[in-house]
Design a protein around this ligand. Structure first.
Ligand code: PBG
Length: 305
């Protein structure tokens, strides 16, 4: 009766890693319970999630090395894994909300999130690429475009590209405050996007900076973002709360791969009560102020409700 915060299956967005092929369900070693899927198995997964009351997925593409190049051409391939999976899911479960992650790192041979000029990621040269990828996923039927690259000005650029091509109703969920660090290690195994040189600190944020996070959020709001994403969730509960107090847009928090794998590893050793801790994790993220949570725990958690 007095409980202030409830988590519902419909608050959750499930990350799916997809590659081209058929009948693929390859376990991801550093993320027990997670798999690389093909469009057909992703479609089955979406159906199961829908039946559990989980209404949304976010797609990350994985392509073989010989399809990667310096300018991430595969990120706007109409027959790439993300576009194919969007079409498959929207055919089988038309009402499922399919979010398309937009970024260069899974498709470029250097695995940085943008285009490289003179050994550094070039912000403005990357914007056109992000616009092209967004349009490719919009055409395939995506319901939300989610740029995760952290280039400045990309929300405005993507908004304009969508509006000029009759996708003015398509919302943008922007990774507004995304911090650089070791948080994404297991994801990089799953999506094969570890940078071949340097790190992401020239475009992702310093984990020490709380005021800067609000400047990043404000910039994305001014550029037309519809949903604000903050990441990594558990390391940023204060940032989520501060954003909730300052802005009225829906907030999505990304319960990232390391947060997932730490619970899984401790759970395997029976050092923690895994089931209880997953519930407490999701509740804490909502209590901090998130409306939506991207989480690898979603299916397991929903099955127990
Ligand atoms: C890259 C991207 C990353 C994640 C989502 N999109 C990794 C990175 O920035 O290296 C990580 C999510 C996770 O760790 O679960 N565009």
């Amino acid at each position: 009766m007095t409980r202030e915060t409830e988590v519902h299956p419909s608050d959750l967005i499930v990350p799916l890693f997809v590659e081209n092929g058929e009948n693929i369900r390859t376990p991801i070693a550093s993320m027990p319970g997670q798999f690389r899927l093909s469009p057909d198995t992703a479609m089955q997964e979406a159906r199961e999630l829908w039946n559990l009351g989980v209404l949304s997925v976010i797609l990350f593409g994985v392509v073989p090395n010989d399809q990667k190049d310096a300018v991430a051409t595969a990120s706007y391939d109409d027959f790439g894994p993300v576009a194919q999976t969007i079409r498959a899911i929207k055919t089988a479960v038309p009402e499922m909300c399919v979010v398309a992650d937009v970024c260069a790192c899974e498709y470029s041979d250097h695995a940085h999130c943008g285009i490289i000029h003179n050994g550094e990621v070039h912000n403005d040269a990357t914007l056109e690429l992000l616009g092209r990828a967004s349009l490719c996923y919009a055409k395939a039927g995506a319901d939300i475009i989610a740029p995760s690259d952290m280039m400045d000005g990309r929300v405005a650029h993507i908004r304009q590209a969508l509006d000029e091509n009759e996708y003015s109703n398509l919302p943008i969920m922007s990774y507004a405050a995304k911090f650089a660090g070791a948080f994404y290690g297991p994801f990089r195994d799953a999506a094969d996007n570890t940078p071949s040189f340097g790190d992401r600190r020239s475009y992702q944020m310093d984990i020490a900076n709380r005021r800067e996070a609000q400047r990043e959020v404000q910039a994305d709001i001014e550029e037309g973002a519809d949903i604000i994403l903050i990441k990594p969730a558990l390391f940023c509960l204060d940032i989520i709360r501060e954003t909730r107090d300052r802005c009225d847009l829906p907030i999505c928090a990304y319960n990232v791969s390391s947060e997932y794998s730490m619970i899984k590893a401790a759970g395997e050793r029976v050092w923690i009560n895994e089931e209880q801790l997953i519930g407490e994790t999701l509740t804490s993220i909502k209590r901090a102020g998130a409306d939506l949570i991207i989480t690898y725990h979603a299916k397991e958690w929903a099955q127990r409700q």
